[in-house]
Design a protein around this ligand. Structure first.
Ligand code: GLN
Length: 446
């Protein structure tokens, strides 16, 4: 598959021919179930878009039954930006319903398979985006990351996935899951493509009140893989990771040392606090955001005898099991009497997690961390919701702290599946993140 960088130098005729070829490739790899809709709009370099990002005149459903039949009346800001750069949305990527999940098994359209081994999940919730890029049926894709939905899918499929600093990329037109955590980001074949795609979508947007109004300096034209950095490593963090992940982590530290980086040992709070704070915060926000799907304002209506029955029927029939579980959890932690005990407490823990990272960044430019405790799970392995929540242990603290992070493939495990690790940078220092990642990618190629 050509890279995004290469695609940008193609002529209009070449792009046209490529689009036709791509269509038949997608058809040939239908089994992966990575695309849930081939809705081309316009001409240009074809880009795969997660099914929760608004594209004008497209069906956009968040992988949910309740949004079947909804046609988006507008483009998300990221889509407007991409179109302006000669890219064209080309197909919708499968995802866990409303981005709630870690496996892409909860979609209304059925599960997506991992192209490296189709007995495995591609990770979630941006599993369609990752499977398509890894399977050679997308040049690049957009995903969204609330607690890791870009990074573990990238790691499980052996590609690059990047979550920007919270506030860096407009959320206008992104189907809201947990608004204080959600960010759109790129899934690509390599680090340079991720930087190029990130540059295209990043920057201030007055339509998103949490978008940060600061000068934006493009990163892809300033990449410097030779920079020597101070990289913090987290030996105590490894205890819950599989032997394959541990080995890849130790090997990668050696590669970083050989590159001339300074390695610093650091510690972060135990991940158990991250899981609790995240699943209280995310479900609370989700229950509020999903209240709009009542069959009247939004969502397919299942008519009842009165208004209340219409709400109940529409929501009961329209939402899948995991989404209902999160709405129940969210309503519980926000209910009077429990609000202080759960929600407020989670926000306090969130502050501590943020400060914990800030402390490490006083002496380090980047942090190296696992992305997931293991390589891609087998299909069906994470049916137990608690098991699934725990699998997010290495990614969610980064969303709680609002930091940028990039997952890149560092090797292959004994079972033949890719291993990804992530670099984490201080807020708004995406340049250092990409510089470090590109340097590591180059060194691993060598
Ligand atoms: N797996 C996490 C969750 O289910 C993260 C999902 C995401 O980032 N959208 O909430």
């Amino acid at each position: 598959m050509i890279t995004l960088k290469e695609a940008l130098s193609l002529s209009a005729d070449e792009i046209k021919a490529f689009r036709e070829e791509l269509k038949s490739e997608i058809e040939a790899k239908k089994e992966l179930n990575a695309y849930v809709g081939m809705e081309e709009s316009g001409e240009g370099i074809p880009l795969l878009i997660k099914d929760n990002i608004q594209v004008k005149d497209w069906s956009v459903t968040g992988g949910s039954k309740i949004l079947q039949g909804y046609i988006s009346p507008y483009d998300a800001t990221v889509i407007i930006n991409l179109k302006a750069k000669g890219l064209a949305p080309f197909g919708r990527a499968n995802m866990d319903e409303f981005a709630m999940g870690s496996t892409t098994e909860s979609s209304y359209y059925g599960k997506t398979l991992n192209p490296i081994n189709t007995d495995c999940v591609p990770g979630g919730s941006s599993g369609g985006s990752a499977a398509a890029v890894a399977g050679g049926i997308a040049i690049a894709a957009l995903g969204s990351d609330t607690g890791g939905s870009i990074r573990p899918p990238a790691a499980f499929c052996g590609i690059v996935g990047m979550k920007p600093t919270y506030g860096r990329v407009s959320r206008y037109g992104l189907g809201a899951y947990a608004s204080s955590l959600d960010q759109i980001g790129p899934l690509t074949q390599n680090v340079e493509d991720a930087a190029i795609l990130y540059d295209m979508i990043a920057g201030y947007d007055p339509k998103d009140s949490t978008s940060v109004d600061m000068d934006y300096a493009p990163v892809s034209t300033a990449l410097n893989p030779e920079r020597k950095l101070r990289i913090a490593v987290l030996p105590h963090y490894l205890k819950d990771a599989s032997a394959d992940i541990q080995k890849a982590y130790v090997d990668t530290i050696e590669v970083l040392k050989a590159q001339g980086h300074e390695i610093i040992e650091a510690e972060l709070l135990d991940a158990k606090y991250d899981i609790s704070a995240y699943y209280v915060t995310a479900t609370a926000e989700a229950s509020t955001n999903l209240a709009r799907y009542d069959g009247i304002r939004y969502g397919t209506r299942a008519k009842g005898d009165n208004l209340k029955e219409t709400f109940v029927k529409s929501r009961s029939l329209g939402f899948g099991e995991e989404v209902k579980r999160r709405i129940l959890l969210g309503n519980f932690v926000l209910s009077s009497g429990y609000y202080d005990a759960y929600y407020v407490k989670a926000q306090k823990v969130r502050r501590l997690i943020k400060q914990d990272f800030e402390k490490v960044f006083e002496t380090a430019d980047l942090i190296l961390s696992p992305v997931a405790p293991n390589t891609a799970n087998k299909i069906g392995e994470l049916q137990d919701p608690m098991k699934m929540y725990l699998s997010d242990m290495y990614t969610i603290s980064i969303n709680l702290a609002g930091l940028p992070a990039l997952s890149l493939p560092v090797g292959i495990a004994k079972n033949g599946m890719p291993v990804g690790l992530q670099l984490i940078a201080p807020a708004f220092d995406e340049q250092t993140l990409f510089d470090g990642a590109l340097g590591l990618e180059n060194a691993l190629k060598g």
